[in-house]
Design a protein around this ligand. Structure first.
Ligand code: LLP
Length: 417
């Protein structure tokens, strides 16, 4: 499909000649996000779900360049916090296309959501607990309301991101009707049902996905209400390994529609990763090479503070050397500059024998990459460059030490290293 582009953009498909000058110009570690790839991913998804509304789960990458790209493409925004809600509005999303999904929300988040709902009655607030409903009522909320149902099924790339089975998220299905009634008694405008099973669903987890959607359909029928929409969450997986197949979106869409048979409501999906993961790479420079008892260690300037997924979930990200000359390959572990033994980007990778100064690219870095970066070890967070048809743009400058310390009362008194 011309508009949607190929279903997978492998790391090998990035042109090294395009990437090397970016590292020279902006330094490393550097995130590079390709806005045209984000548009392709959106087009493919929208084509697979022609009748659905698509919300971008902005927790995957809340950079303004990504938000504006997806807004222009036609997406809405799913926000997990007051901060995300503020950034979505700032990026110009129509409040009618913005959902705030409250997860055990701090008071300040609910106060803000209430104010936004007053100013923009088209905003939808999703809650996943009785307490959240009561706390919204205490604040006089009377806006558009969606209930997050705990589907009792989990899925995803690892236990740590499987939300469906975790009691933290959503109201148990057998209490859902009761909580919906309560919300209506409080004067909320009950418009939708929501569930999200987990993040990184693959072709062999479609049964789980279908069960989640069926649970929503059951609740919808049982409640006897007319819902405007049913939001089946995000979680559409992308291949991280070169040999992995792409998720068969048409099958996901078909299974979703099957499970919703008889429910007269607009389908909503809210993917994060699917839209942005393969639109981003992380560039990092090798500064240290060690050969210890047969093992080859390449120390690079990106680590767990830049891209935490390998350290946090044991996630695999493809790594490619961008060196121009040909060299014999060896098995290399790529590690970062943080004082932690889990500070690894990739283990036992076949890479050209590394040398100091080599540039490496880490693939699928567009989702949950810069968004989860931290200042641990007093490390400034990396810069982000956005590519588009007209060329490149620095959309987030590299942090300085002053950025790291600015909230301390001694802020700004340190000379930058
Ligand atoms: N909707 C809700 C309510 C969610 O909780 C999430 C993700 C999404 C949508 C989007 O899921 P996606 O389409 O991106 O898979 N940091 C982890 C992922 C955590 C996802 C949490 N919720 C990672 O790096 O894999």
């Amino acid at each position: 499909d011309a508009d949607g582009g190929p279903a997978v953009r492998r790391l090998s498909a990035w042109d090294a000649d395009d990437l090397r000058p970016l590292a020279d110009a902006y330094g490393t570690p550097l995130y590079v996000d390709d806005r045209s790839r984000v548009r392709e991913n959106y087009a493919r998804l929208a084509e697979a779900f022609p009748d659905a509304e698509v919300l971008f789960a902005m927790k995957a990458n809340a950079g303004g360049h990504v938000l504006r790209t997806l807004r222009d493409a036609g997406a809405g925004a799913e926000c997990a916090s007051a901060g995300e809600l503020a950034r979505a509005l700032d990026a110009g999303f129509d409040p009618a296309d913005v959902h705030y999904t409250a997860v055990n929300p701090p008071d300040a988040d609910l106060d803000y959501a209430r104010r936004v709902a007053d100013e923009h009655p088209a905003l939808t607030v999703t809650a996943g607990a009785r307490d959240t409903v009561e706390r919204l009522a205490e604040r006089g909320f009377a806006g558009r309301f969606c209930l997050r149902v705990h589907p009792g099924v989990g899925a995803g790339h690892s236990e740590s991101v499987s939300t469906g089975k975790d009691a933290k998220f959503g109201v148990p299905a057998d209490e859902a009707v009761d909580v919906l009634d309560r919300a209506a008694e409080h004067g909320f405008d009950v418009v939708g049902l929501h569930a999200h099973a987990g993040s990184g669903i693959t072709n062999d987890q479609l049964d789980d996905h279908e069960r989640v959607v069926s649970t929503l359909a059951d609740v919808a029928r049982e409640s006897g209400r007319d819902f405007e929409f049913v939001d089946v969450g995000g979680g559409f997986g992308v291949p991280y390994r070169e040999r992995e197949d792409a998720l068969d979106l048409d099958r996901v869409a078909e299974r979703t529609r099957d499970a919703l048979t008889g429910v007269d409501a607009t389908l909503m999906v809210e993917p994060g990763r699917y839209l942005v993961a393969d639109a981003g790479v992380l560039l990092t420079e090798v500064n240290t090479v060690k050969r210890v008892g047969g093992a080859v260690i390449a120390g690079a300037d990106a680590g767990m503070t830049t891209l935490v997924r390998p350290a946090m979930y044991g996630s695999y990200h493809p790594i490619r050397s961008l060196v121009e000359e040909s060299r014999a390959t060896e098995e290399v572990s790529v590690v970062g500059p943080v004082c932690e033994s889990t500070d690894v980007l990739g283990e036992a990778r076949d890479l050209p024998a590394p040398e100091r100064g080599d540039l490496l690219a880490v693939g699928n870095a567009g989702a949950y990459g810069v968004e989860m970066a931290s200042n641990y070890n007093s490390r400034p967070r990396p810069a982000v460059v956005a590519l588009d048809d007209e060329g490149e743009e620095l959309v987030r400058r590299r942090e300085t030490l002053a950025d790291v310390t600015h909230a301390e009362d001694t802020a700004g008194t340190y000379p930058d290293p």
